[in-house]
Ligand binder design. Structure first.
Ligand code: FMN
Length: 211
């Protein structure tokens, strides 16, 4: 079994993230490939990103500016794969989620691991703008995004009193997403075990002419 972390990207009171998670977490937990851990950003009150080379300290055993930043980087490093649950805020992801991703900047802990997205919004767009931005953001971390997200439109009425989705198509996209995530998780874990090149940004910088 591979370690799958689910990052919940909304922290406000009364969040619709809870209805989404009530439905999809048991499905993800029942997937044979994964051992699941939920990382609720409510439990990780990270400071706004402010790291520098100096605050990171020794890269072999970094201190960072805050013990929680260090723990967050270590926690992210434990997983083989990720699912990010995000609403759409002003056509992108919540600032608290972007901050949590940026906070992993210096340790490259997302690197060469697959990531899938569950998004939702009150309107018809289902958070697709947030997912498009997450694709770009996570590629920059050198994570590998899964092609198929689970997009939930009209989240206020998407689930019945028992938490089941009124649109059966949601279950189909979740199933495809989880199976593709599992395949990529195995492929990338196997590849990582055979060795990894240094991060692309570091290689590009070292190959650039110095000024
Ligand atoms: C700050 C803010 C910005 C929002 N912007 C959008 C948006 O751009 N597109 C959209 O479809 N819904 C937008 N919404 C509605 C959210 O998709 C909806 O409130 C959703 O439930 C938020 O997730 P949460 O309840 O888990 O925090 C916005 C909501 C908030 C609070």
């Amino acid at each position: 079994m591979y370690k799958l972390q689910v990052i919940i990207g909304s922290t406000r009171d009364g969040r619709n993230a809870d209805a989404v998670c009530r439905w999809f977490l048991p499905v993800a937990r029942s997937h044979a490939a994964f051992q699941l851990e939920v990382l609720d950003l409510r439990d990780w009150p990270l400071p706004m990103f402010q790291e520098t080379i100096a605050s990171v300290g020794d890269f072999a055993n970094p201190t960072y500016s805050d013990p929680l930043v260090k723990r967050w980087n270590e926690k992210i490093g434990e997983a083989d794969a990720y699912i990010i649950v995000t609403p759409e805020y002003n056509r992108t992801i919540p600032a608290v989620l972007k901050n949590a991703i940026d906070t992993v900047f210096f340790s490259y802990r997302f690197r060469h691991k697959p990531v899938a997205f569950v998004s939702y919004s009150l309107g018809q767009t289902a958070g697709v703008c947030a997912v498009q931005h997450l694709n770009q953001i996570m590629i920059e971390t050198e994570a590998v995004p899964v092609r198929t997200p689970t997009l939930i439109p009209l989240v206020g009425s998407a689930f019945d009193a028992e938490g089941k989705p009124s649109n059966p198509g949601l279950g189909v996209s979740l199933s495809v997403m989880l199976d593709d995530l599992a395949w990529l998780t195995k492929a990338l874990a196997t590849a990582r075990a055979e060795g990894e090149p240094p991060p692309a940004a570091l290689r590009l910088r070292s190959a650039s002419p110095r000024r």
